[in-house]
Write a protein that binds this ligand. Structure first.
Ligand SMILES: Nc1nc2c(ncn2[C@@H]2O[C@H](COP(=O)(O)OP(=O)(O)O)[C@@H](O)[C@H]2O)c(=O)[nH]1
Ligand SMILES: [Mg+2]
Ligand SMILES: [Zn+2]
Length: 232
């Protein structure tokens, strides 16, 4: 089929939506990885949903600030517990009649969540290492699963590294929706929101409209791309 989009991690094409699933604990959510995945998804014009799983392991107060960072940007955030069956209906609604892929680190509970979403899937769920608190690679392949309430979803193996960001640094701000928004107020056209004066993005960070973690990750990615550009 003609390619509408193409992701490298997980390797899949022509999905409409990616559900990024991170556990809050065991393993703890790696927000830098989440932001990197969001950038790659935005670049591929994919709809993104974020699930924070294993909410049964922490207090509400610990999850809310994380969820708020992403809700404020405009992403749908679902708090789930595959163990307790929390948030499952909301996940079903967001998967309904769409082609989605569920992605995230090993051991975050992707397979366990899908087992809850669709009774009878019986996907293999892996133990997490008692020593490292990280998941093992239990899901070893990608398969499109059909949902009885409509839609297809692909379970995928976990990963903790993603490919380098292979686009121009000028594009990066546009893959952070809130940075793109505030960037319209910058004095200089083509502002990269780094050291430039009268920068709407830096002001947004100071005001608290842009999360510090998001801005830090933006700067990290920017440096990475520049590093890569210098090499060639
Ligand atoms: N406490 C808790 N454990 C969970 C939850 N979801 C999954 N797990 C456990 O996390 C481990 C990894 O789950 P799995 O679905 O294989 O993760 P995957 O690698 O992302 O597919 C298993 O031991 C699950 O029982 C949850 O919501 N709460
Ligand atoms: Mg799995
Ligand atoms: Zn700027």
């Amino acid at each position: 089929m003609p390619r509408q989009n193409k992701l490298k991690r997980p390797p899949i094409v022509n999905v409409q939506q990616t559900v990024f699933l991170f556990s809050i604990k065991d393993p703890p959510a790696n927000l830098m990885l989440l932001d990197r995945l969001l950038v790659m998804a935005e670049r591929n014009h994919l709809d993104c949903v974020i699930c924070f799983n294993k909410v049964d392991l922490v207090k509400r107060e610990e999850v809310a600030p994380l969820a708020d960072i992403y809700k404020k940007i405009g992403y749908q955030v679902i708090l789930t517990s595959a163990l307790k069956g929390e948030g499952i209906e909301e996940v079903r609604e967001s998967l309904k009649d769409k082609i989605s892929v569920i992605a995230g680190p090993s051991g975050s509970g992707k397979s366990a969540l899908l087992n809850r979403v669709e009774e009878g899937l019986k996907l293999k769920v892996g133990p997490i290492s008692a020593k490292t608190r990280r998941g093992k690679q239990t899901t070893r392949h990608i398969e499109l699963l059909s949902l009885s309430f409509g839609g297809l979803v692909a379970d995928s193996p976990g990963f903790s590294q993603v490919e380098i960001l292979d686009f121009n640094k000028e594009e990066l701000p546009f893959y952070f929706p809130e940075i793109a928004r505030e960037g319209e107020k910058c004095k200089f056209k083509g502002c990269l929101h780094e050291h430039e004066p009268s920068c709407g993005v830096k002001e947004g960070v100071h005001r608290g409209d842009i999360a510090v973690s998001r801005y830090r990750h933006y700067l990290t990615f920017l440096r990475e791309i520049k590093e890569e550009e210098r090499r060639y």
